[in-house]
Write a protein that binds this ligand. Structure first.
Ligand code: AMP
Length: 446
């Protein structure tokens, strides 16, 4: 394994890394830093928790500190992040690593007053960390010019696409100058991401820190088969029995997260929810409480969990198993950080056994099951030969069934109408006429 010095980092950055207490580069840093310093584009499969922020922040800082700006500063590096939390986290890392350098950065995201952000931009900055919506908003208002960006980073690209940011990303790409260096990080590499990468990366170096390597041995994993209705009591028992002081619980829905916080509260467990419907203030407060230890349990949905980087999380509870196996790997990676150990519990109810099959296929191992606990329910154990389940397919088939039933009902109704009442016959052509009229109007407007 190389040390940081061998990666070609400047003295000031080596000092910063040392004062952060890093002794050796992580694999993603070891593989990304040299090609980035050499001016190459990089495509990286890496998740939060692997040290990927330093993997791009250190070379960006080094490259930018090579050239002196004359006159007002302009944005030379743009980092796009899907969530506010991750953007803030990246900003913190830039502050830490760039402490000894004359480089200014700013983090901007939506959901807060834009004025302080605009004032900071007006003073001039070198590095901008942004979520796509606020970035485009401020570009449209004329507060941001990304026409001189030399270094573009797209972080957590898969999450970006999941959150529907593809159009925004394409708009941003169009505004960037042609000559620039690019980096794309994604936890997974489905075709949509490799297509996106292919659309703007040039002759890139591919780096793969695959999820299997991330399910580190330090994380103990346990599956509990349980009825849906018993999950809450199982969770409360585990939190109390294991005296959990710093744990994170994942639910599938925002509503589920809120409800669970109330229920934990009734059991005198100090918890807070963090998800996309919470205001920025509430999210920051919950995270701060969790970091300082006044909140023992954070209940989160997947999207909000991106960017939660808290050392010392001892327990991760998959209260609902995720329908995307990659999310499982990401979730359990919230514990056992910075060399510590941790335990990840997965609660699997009768509707989730297919998800468990998918997760076990991805991580390439069968997770130990605890069948001795009070609420053990053997009906949730995957059946032999069970296929990995996907919620989307289920919804799709439900929707198809729903449509089929609707069609059936419609046919029945029409047949009935034909024989019983003439009014229905009159109504149908009329609504069809209306539709034609609407279509004509729309066409003439185009
Ligand atoms: P990231 O994947 O960028 O979110 O980083 C996850 C955590 O790892 C952060 O708390 C970093 O401070 C920490 N970290 C990054 N690089 C190193 C390193 N080389 N050695 C130890 N910790 C690191």
């Amino acid at each position: 394994m190389k040390n940081f010095e061998a990666l070609g980092l400047s003295k000031k950055l080596l000092e910063a890394v040392e004062s952060e207490g890093y002794t050796n580069p992580t694999p993603v840093q070891e593989q990304s830093i040299p090609p980035l310093l050499a001016g190459r584009d990089v495509l990286g499969v890496a998740q939060t928790g692997t040290g990927k922020t330093a993997a791009f922040a250190l070379p960006v800082l080094q490259i930018l500190s090579r050239s002196k700006t004359h006159g007002k500063r302009h944005i030379k590096a743009l980092i796009l992040s899907p969530t506010r939390e991750l953007a803030a986290q990246i900003g913190e890392r830039f502050s830490a690593y760039g402490e000894n350098l004359d480089i200014r950065h700013k983090v901007i995201f939506g959901g807060v007053n834009q004025n302080p952000q605009v004032r900071a931009l007006q003073k001039g900055i070198d590095i901008l960390v942004a979520t796509p919506g606020r970035l485009l908003d401020l570009i449209n208002q004329g507060h941001i010019d990304i026409g001189k960006v030399e270094f573009f980073v797209l972080d957590e690209a898969d999450r970006m696409l999941d959150m529907g940011f593809i159009r925004d990303i394409q708009k941003v790409l169009k505004l960037l100058p042609n000559k620039r260096q690019n980096l794309l990080f994604s936890a997974t590499m489905p075709k949509s991401i490799s297509d996106l990468a292919g659309s703007f990366l040039n002759n890139s170096v591919m780096i793969d820190v695959s999820p299997k390597e991330i399910t580190v041995d330090r994380i103990k994993q346990k599956i509990m088969f349980v009825r849906k209705a018993d999950k809450r009591r199982l969770l409360v028992n585990l939190i109390k029995d294991e005296k959990v002081r710093c744990g994170i619980v994942f639910t599938r829905t925002k509503h589920g997260a809120n409800r669970l916080v109330k229920q934990l509260d009734q059991s005198r467990i100090n918890a807070a929810a963090i998800h996309g419907n919470k205001s920025q203030g509430a999210r920051t407060k919950a995270l701060a409480g969790f970091k300082d230890g006044s909140i023992a349990i954070l209940v989160a949905t997947d999207i909000a969990s991106r960017g939660i980087d808290v050392d010392g999380i001892t327990h991760v509870f998959n209260y609902d198993l995720p329908n995307e196996p990659e999310s499982y790997v990401h979730r359990i990676g919230r514990t056992a950080r910075a060399g510590r150990s941790g335990i990840a519990y997965g609660f699997c109810d009768e509707s989730e056994s297919g998800y468990l099959v998918g997760i076990q296929q991805l991580i390439g191992q069968e997770i130990d099951a605890d069948v001795e606990h009070e609420f053990h329910f053997s009906g949730a154990i995957p059946k032999p030969g069970q296929k990995p389940g996907k919620i989307k397919q289920k919804n799709q088939s439900k929707r198809n069934n729903h449509n089929k039933n609707k069609q059936k009902r419609q046919t029945k109704k029409n047949t009935k109408g034909d024989s019983v009442s003439k009014r229905n016959d009159n109504q149908r052509p009329r609504s069809k006429n209306n539709r034609n009229r609407r279509n004509r109007k729309r066409n003439s407007n185009n």
